[in-house]
Every structure is written in structure tokens, then in C-alpha cells.
Design a protein around this ligand. Sequence first.
Ligand code: FAD
Length: 435
Amino acid sequence: MTLESELADLGVDVSTDRELLLKVSSDWSRMSPVLQDKLPPGRYVADLVVRPTSAQQVADVLAVAYRQDVPVTPRGAGTGNYGQATPFDGGIVLDLRGLDTVEVTGETVRAGAGAKLTTVDEVARAAGRDVWIFPSTKGSTVGGFVGGGSAGTGTIEHRTTSDGFVVSAVVAPMDGSGSLFTVSGAELEPFVHTYGVTGVLVEVEIRTDPAREWAAVYGSFGSYADLVAVHRTLTTLSVAPRLASGDEPALVPTLPVDLDPARWSLRVIAEASTVDEVTARIRTHGEVVRVARDYAETDVLSGMSYNHPVYFLQQAAPQPRLFHIESSGTPLWDDPDAVRACYPGPVHLHLELFQHGPGAMIVAEYTGEADLLAGMDRLEAIGVGVHSPHQWYVDRNVELARETARRTDPKGLLNPGKLVDAPPVDSRVNIGVVR
Ligand SMILES: Cc1cc2nc3c(=O)[nH]c(=O)nc-3n(C[C@H](O)[C@H](O)[C@H](O)COP(=O)(O)OP(=O)(O)OC[C@H]3O[C@@H](n4cnc5c(N)ncnc54)[C@H](O)[C@@H]3O)c2cc1C
């Protein structure tokens, strides 16, 4: 029996449409000039896209793929920016968006891996709960966020997806069993941020808080030092803000809101009772531009955080090509000139706030991979932690993932090429974890 007919017998949707295959075979790695060159569209293309609609169908598809030695690359919304959903060995791209159930169960939300975080958040809020963390790509899937994401709105209080965000997960292994298993607690580690190489997440249970009222607060400043003077105080509020993003004038006009392009911008998602304190602190160094006590307005701020300002700048100024480095550490506040000096040409900082200090997307002109890597060493030398978004290797819990995959994917068919002994461009630190 051919692979296609075996899959069709399972009742899953199977497509070999070339346009669709091209689309699902690449992700947002196009944000990286290194990955643009290494993973151009059309170089690595799946043979089939399979769209299951139930957990058991996922397990059944994996059993067929195991029997026929066919690689399977799980995929959510394809917003990952490390090329980590690229099907290097062809085979099946498993589009999980059909698994989209969402249920609030007391203090947690149980969601099908393909449920969008917009929906998860909407359902949680309607039930009086706040999802701990979601990325600036709120249209991405919860399975993709757990499988490939890391931080976002909520990170100041709750850190990363590896810090208790996931309560349990139902996993489909690639071991020929056609079965599912559930993991929780410490057992979850090898399944979080490991790009599906240890198993396909079919359902995840994530943590929530009682819903709070959130407000979007915009401030503006005449200098980076003034912006930082406020940014660095925001972890001391009585309720941690959900987000605190800052941008230089070079990035401000590219943001999809009307802000003074000559001033440094601060955007805070603040809990309602702390708004007066936030605005008072902003006024000591700059101006309060706007306060919107409306949840939908806070989503606008989320959509201008993390990698998004880099993307907006790349769109506004496609040449010369720009790259970014994910970074963290107090030199971003204390010595921005030393940070900028790590790369030639104009270097821009998009600031975020973590629990114990600042993070930033450092944006510079691309002059080649060797130059980019050399700058990472210079950043480390001045005490900045770096993570490279220019490589597709599993770089969190690598040894544990390898050990787990020996059991859950003995033939190495899950998302091939992403799990190696030692990632060549080693990540050193995970974004959201400040040293
Ligand atoms: C402009 C921009 C902004 C971004 N902002 C953020 C941000 O704020 N925070 C952040 O953490 N990330 C961010 N990202 C990265 C990305 O959006 C997140 O990783 C996202 O949550 C991925 O979800 P997805 O559904 O698109 O997953 P995909 O891109 O489809 O997949 C991501 C990885 O997970 C694997 N995977 C997908 N589904 C599953 C599953 N069910 N089981 C196992 N493995 C699976 C894939 O194989 C792939 O390796 C950003 C990216 C861009 C382009």
C-alpha cells in the first residue's frame, strides 16, 4: 500500500498540492539573512501535508509513517523564526491546526495543540482567567508556542514556557505504537521548546491566573537614558506589568501606531491599580502619551513586542539587510554604547523587560555570518547574554531531549536535522532567563 493510500484510509486530509507544500515547508526564518540564504523557499519541501483533526489521528499517522520510514515535521501556524519547522528530509508536514479544542478546567486551560493563542486567551478571559504567557505572534498555536516558542506577554511575572507554564501534555510518540501518553511535572522538560523531536504534542494544559484588568500605557522620552530610567523600575510595581517594551526613534515610525518618530517609546501593559504609579514614574523623565484601559488595546502592545519591531523595521527598510540577536543583561541598560559597538554601522535596540533585568533585540546591518558570530562573542565579552535566532538546532535541554528521543523516536524520523549532540552555533542563554 502506498503512503498516501494508507493515510487516506485513516480518514485524514492529505494533500500533494505543490503550492501548499511550498507554503508549509517554510516558516518565518526569512527574518534571518543567514537562514534566508541557507533555507531559501523551495530548497527543502515536504512530499505530503497531512491535516489530522483528532489526537488519535495524529497517533495513527505517526504509526503509518514509522512503518514506512517517512519523516514527519509537526507544524502549527509556521511563525517560528529559527527555521525549526523546515522539513529537511521531505516526508510529511503534519499541520496540527485541526486540533483546536479549548476548555477551561478550573485554574488551567486544556487546548488542542492547534488552537490559536488568540482563541485560548479569549476563552480563558471569558471564564475569568488570564493565560500566563503568550507570544507577540498571538495567532500562533499553543502547541507551536510550547514546542518552539519561549517568552512574551506575561514573561515579567512568569518567565518562559519552561518555567511551570505547562502543567501537562498529551504526546504522540514516533515509535510505531500508534498510542498516546501524558506527561506532567518534571517529565515535561524534554517536550518543551524541543521542536517536536521527542514527540508530537496533541494537547497541552497550561497555567492561568485569575483575570486582572490590564491597561495599555504609552510613554515617550527625549533620550535612551530617560527611557531606561523608567524601564528599570517597572519590576518593583506592586503587580508586575505583563509587558514593558521600549524602542529607539529608528524603530518608532515603523510601529503600527501613531507615535512621535523623534522620541524614545515605552509601552507598558500595566495592571489597572498600578497605572497611576506607572504614569507618575514616566512623568519624572518624559511624557505620558496615552493610557487605554481596554483589554483589546493591550493586544496592540503585545503585537509590537519581542521580534515584531525587528520585522516592522525590516519591512520598512529592506536594504541593507538587517539581522537581530536576542540578548539579555544589564549592559543593555547601563552601557548601550558598548553594546552598539559590538557591530559596525547603525545598531538599534528594542528593549523588553524580564523578571530580573532587561532583554533586547539588537538589530544591525548584515555583512555575513562570520561577522554576525564575531559580534556575538564581543557581546558576551561585555556581559551580554546572547541567543542566536540564526540556527535551527534544539538548544534547550539537548541531552535530555536526545535521551528521550531514543525512546520516543528510535528511528529519528521526527523533525530531522534539528537534534544534534552540540548545536554548532551554541545558544549560551535562553531568552527570558537573565544572568
Ligand atoms: C514577528 C515574530 C514575532 C515573534 N514573537 C515571539 C514572541 O513574542 N515569543 C516567542 O516565544 N516567540 C516569538 N516568535 C516565534 C514564534 O512565533 C513562536 O515560536 C510561536 O509561538 C510558534 O508557534 P507556531 O504555531 O507558529 O509554531 P510553528 O512555527 O509551526 O512551529 C514551531 C516549532 O514547534 C514545532 N511544533 C509545532 N507544533 C508542534 C506540536 N504540536 N508538537 C510538537 N512540536 C510542534 C515545529 O516543528 C517547530 O519546530 C515570533 C516570531 C515572529 C516571526
